[in-house]
Design a binder for this molecule. Structure first.
Ligand code: 5GP
Length: 193
């Protein structure tokens, strides 16, 4: 199964994915490819496979992508089918963070008959924030952020939350929930009992 993890910035997606990775060495966490420049502290494959624009174009032409997008009007990011297909065909659990736009692209790819290996093998888990107020606090406390950027992130958070119902599962993150408590809710969906 491919489980896509969605939710607005600040809700705690990456912490949950990190916990899944620590607890489930048998799960597969495919990395995206990106055309953006590597930042200090990053390396090839961490957090992305950094590729050139030409290579990205080649992947598009070869229909290698499950989905891809231009982010922040500059760099391109994409999810390759191949590692996911390989894992799904071996009945492994695959976990990938994505946004609603990305989820819609995945559906389009499946609908076009270009990812048949995902028929009946796709789930999407949306982490719903407790409230906008809590979300603002989390985004602000995480980094020094300018008001304009905060407003942009909030706007995109609102857009995402409005479409949470499109996902196959919703996990409500309560204000008082610890990371472990959220993890338990997510785990109930993913880990077969
Ligand atoms: P950053 O460059 O700061 O690491 O990431 C910028 C944005 O790229 C994030 O919002 C992230 O969600 C998005 N992104 C990363 N990988 C992918 C991907 O495979 N597909 C899509 N559509 N977006 C991605």
């Amino acid at each position: 199964m491919l489980y896509l993890i969605l939710g607005p910035s600040g809700v705690g997606k990456s912490v949950q994915v990190k916990k899944l990775r620590e607890n489930h060495p048998d799960f597969v966490f495919p990395k995206s490819v990106s055309t953006r420049k590597m930042r200090p502290g990053e390396s090839q494959g961490n957090p992305y496979f950094f590729i050139s624009d030409e290579e990205f174009d080649q992947h598009i032409a070869a229909e290698d992508f499950l989905e891809y997008a231009v982010v922040h009007e500059s760099a391109r990011y994409g999810t390759l089918k191949q590692p996911i297909q390989e894992a799904v065909e071996q009945d492994k659990v695959v976990i990938k963070e994505l946004d609603i736009q990305g989820l819609k692209k995945v559906w389009e790819t499946i609908a076009a008959g270009k990812a048949d290996f995902l028929e009946g093998k796709l789930a999407s888990i949306f982490l719903l924030p407790p409230s906008e107020e809590v979300l603002i606090n989390r985004i602000v406390s995480r980094s020094e952020i300018k008001e304009r950027e905060l407003n942009q992130r909030l706007e995109s958070a609102r857009r995402e939350v409005e479409q949470a119902h499109l996902c196959t599962h919703q996990v409500k993150v309560e204000d008082e929930d610890s990371i472990e408590e959220v993890y338990e809710k997510v785990g109930k969906i993913i880990v077969p009992r």
